[in-house]
Design a protein around this ligand. Structure first.
Ligand SMILES: Cc1cc2nc3c(=O)[nH]c(=O)nc-3n(C[C@H](O)[C@H](O)[C@H](O)COP(=O)(O)O)c2cc1C
Length: 328
């Protein structure tokens, strides 16, 4: 008798889809063949302009696979014969595993439905809480950075780096495609970044949509105005620390993505929130600058920088596509 049927897969996907993706574009799809679960990419959900190497896309797929593993664990199930690929195969499959009995509940399962990105200002965090988080992150290949000079550097460069990124017309159009600035946008409750997730008031959301609209403004002015509305310098300065997520130089992105998600859930279980700052590591020169400042151990490279702190209020969960649409 089959261990996994469609109803079980739907329940597993309902939890696994909570894994993060860069623009909440949710690139992961699931397929069941006998008791083998396959994870596929939806290539239409790549971000060619802002993530040309596909790194963040594959990290999101790795996080979704880890989410699948976590959801199975709470049902006493686990993967056997797992195969993880560096890039999707010709059918789009990036991971597969046979589901077998015998999983032990992973403790991080308990925070999957609490993890959320916080993009506003942070409240301070007590030193002992940060110390515990640093110790929990170390075995996961992530480093807590409390050096105020490095936090200030991140705050100083983040808005210019984002504005420079948006100077490419393809990048600004791609961003616009994933923004849902008004509640009547058909994707508001489904995917992408809505104004609530960005912590934008209706006025700021309106201003942002004016800034991003194609029209009389030059590309430079669109990018600058867009970042006046969603600037991140102040939020970065309010962070108690940064988290540097590292990757071994020979690790594949799917594996790193799984770790990326475990790091984030680990921070959530300490009652803290993070906001990834992709722009600081997507740019080669900036990434190299922060790598040097961090003095990384040999064999490791800087993958991502996150700001971390305590959110001033409960952060609502962001939307996801219904599980039925995520199963192929
Ligand atoms: C690889 C990756 C990169 C991300 N980069 C950013 C970023 O640069 N800025 C940001 O505000 N959020 C970033 N995020 C967070 C996503 O936007 C967020 O996970 C997604 O919108 C879903 O929301 P949730 O995390 O609250 O569930 C990133 C997430 C991932 C997985």
């Amino acid at each position: 008798m089959a261990l996994v049927d469609r109803d079980l897969l739907l329940a597993v996907v309902a939890e696994a889809r909570r894994a993060p993706s860069a623009r909440n574009q949710q690139p992961a799809r699931w397929r069941l063949r006998d008791d083998v679960i396959e994870l596929l990419e939806d290539p239409a959900r790549r971000l060619p302009a802002c993530d040309p190497s596909g790194r963040d896309h594959r990290l999101a797929l790795g996080a979704a696979w880890e989410g699948t593993r976590l959801a199975l664990s709470s049902r006493g199930l686990r993967f056997d014969d797992e195969v993880l690929a560096a890039v999707p195969d010709e059918q789009g499959v990036v991971a597969c595993g046979r589901v077998v009995d015998g999983g032990m509940k992973d403790l991080l399962v308990d925070v999957v439905m609490r993890r959320a990105t916080w993009r506003g200002n942070f409240l301070a965090v007590q030193a002992h809480v940060l110390g515990d988080v640093a110790a929990d992150l170390e075995p996961l290949g992530a480093v807590l950075v409390q050096n105020p000079a490095i936090i200030e550097d991140a705050a100083r460069v983040i808005d210019d780096a984002s504005a420079a990124n948006l100077l490419r017309p393809s990048a600004i159009e791609e961003l616009v495609g994933w923004l849902r600035l008004a509640r009547d946008h058909p994707g508001w409750d489904r995917d992408g970044l809505n104004a609530d997730m960005l912590d934008l008031s209706p006025f700021s959301a309106r201003l942002q949509s004016l800034a991003l609209r194609r029209g009389p403004l030059s590309q430079l002015h669109r990018a600058r105005l867009a970042h006046l509305v969603v600037g991140e310098a102040e939020q970065t300065r309010s962070a108690s620390a940064l988290i540097a997520v590292l990757a071994q130089t020979d690790e594949i992105d799917i594996v790193v993505g799984a770790r990326f998600y475990r790091c984030w859930l680990t921070v959530t279980s300490a009652g803290l929130h993070v906001c990834p700052m992709s722009v600081l590591t997507a740019d080669e020169a900036l990434g190299a600058q922060f790598s040097r400042a961090l003095g990384l151990p040999a064999g490791w490279k800087l993958l991502h920088l996150w700001r971390v702190g305590r959110a001033p209020r409960v952060v609502p969960l962001s939307p996801r596509l219904p599980p039925e649409e995520l199963i192929t």
